[in-house]
Write a protein that binds this ligand. Structure first.
Ligand code: NAD
Ligand code: FES
Length: 293
């Protein structure tokens, strides 16, 4: 059982929880993730570790309430316990101290790029970060990313904060400004469509580009095949071979097709979840009305 110590709403539908998990925190490194289960019969789902504290024995998770499980997790309060948290899983990021890196985070992917930017900065690399969201209301960790970056560029699709446009527009400007040879590595985390666009932006410049893939995951141990992706024409399992891969070799079309496979079931589960909550709310209201009479 893993106790939730703090919970905060950090952007629209986006929550941050700090969980007591000493064994996971002791071994956690940037780029890794955990698999959670909210209740014994619940589904297993992955979340990237947004931060960890070896001394306090805590991990920080950030999630957008987009599916049934993340919505349920969002209902947990400090003091509640999550029955299953398995990790840290996946290979850590290849953090080095002698690089000029550009860390790109899109949407909730900002949470995943956060420990990577922090890690590169702590190791001594020069870090430029680009973070972007659809609107200012969905943007988070701006102050934290500024702390760990030598330079921070902020974008929103609608221009409500920072530059108007996608993170890839800011990245293109950066490549124009500094020259492709001055950038040793780009690391990007966000929706697949964004990571594919980042890969297409850096490919002609031959800038080494790493993306953290987020396919459907079940066991997280390489046994179920749910997280199968194709990289450089080879089948890889994101949970044990990744989650980070060379962006220029990833088959993004296949990744996105596989991600869409369960979207109908997911939205149905989410609707049922909200329906259950509405029924519970209606019951609770009727109990209150009965007592008022
Ligand atoms: P979103 O759709 O709001 O997009 C976030 C940003 O990505 C946009 O503001 C824009 O700057 C950029 N972007 C989007 N479409 C683009 C395009 N076509 N071209 C260039 N840039 C584009 O993102 P969201 O709703 O927050 O979704 C985040 C996604 O990130 C989720 O699908 C989640 O599964 C994924 N994620 C991945 C990881 C990981 O480890 N790979 C971790 C956390 C989240
Ligand atoms: Fe089952 Fe990766 S999640 S093989």
């Amino acid at each position: 059982m893993y106790e939730i110590l703090t919970k905060a709403v950090i952007a629209e539908k986006t929550k941050e929880v700090v969980i007591a998990a000493p064994h996971i925190a002791a071994n956690a490194a940037p780029g890794q993730f955990v698999i959670l289960r909210n209740r014994e019969e619940g589904e297993r789902y992955p979340l990237t570790i947004a931060d960890f504290d070896h001394e306090q024995g805590t991990i920080t998770l950030v999630f957008l309430e987009i599916g049934k499980s993340t919505y349920e997790l969002g209902q947990f309060e400090p003091g509640d316990r999550v029955p299953d948290v398995v990790g840290p899983l996946g290979h850590p990021s290849d953090i080095r101290g002698d690089l000029n890196v550009v860390c790109v985070g899109g949407g909730v992917g900002i949470a995943a790029i956060h420990p990577i930017a922090k890690g590169f900065r702590a190791a001594g690399s020069h870090v430029i970060s680009v973070i972007g969201a659809k609107t200012a209301d969905l943007l988070f960790y701006e102050a934290q990313m500024r702390t760990f970056s030598h330079e921070l560029l902020v974008t929103t699709d609608d221009g409500s904060r920072g530059r108007r446009g996608f993170v890839t527009n800011a990245l293109a400007e950066l490549i124009d400004r500094d020259g492709a040879t001055s950038i040793h590595r780009v690391i990007a985390v966000g929706p697949s469509v964004m990571m594919r666009a980042v890969a297409e932006e850096t490919r002609p410049h031959r800038i080494k580009t790493i993306v953290s893939l987020n396919p459907i995951m079940v066991d997280g141990t390489g046994m179920c095949g749910g997280c199968r992706v194709e990289v450089g024409g080879e089948t890889k399992f994101a949970c044990v071979d990744g989650p980070e891969f060379d962006a220029h070799k990833v088959d993004f079309d296949l990744l996105m097709a596989r991600q869409r496979m369960y979207s109908t079931n997911e939205s149905q589960a989410m609707q049922e979840c909200r329906l259950e909550e509405d029924i519970e709310q209606a019951r609770s209201n009727s109990r209150t009305e009965d007592t008022d009479r």
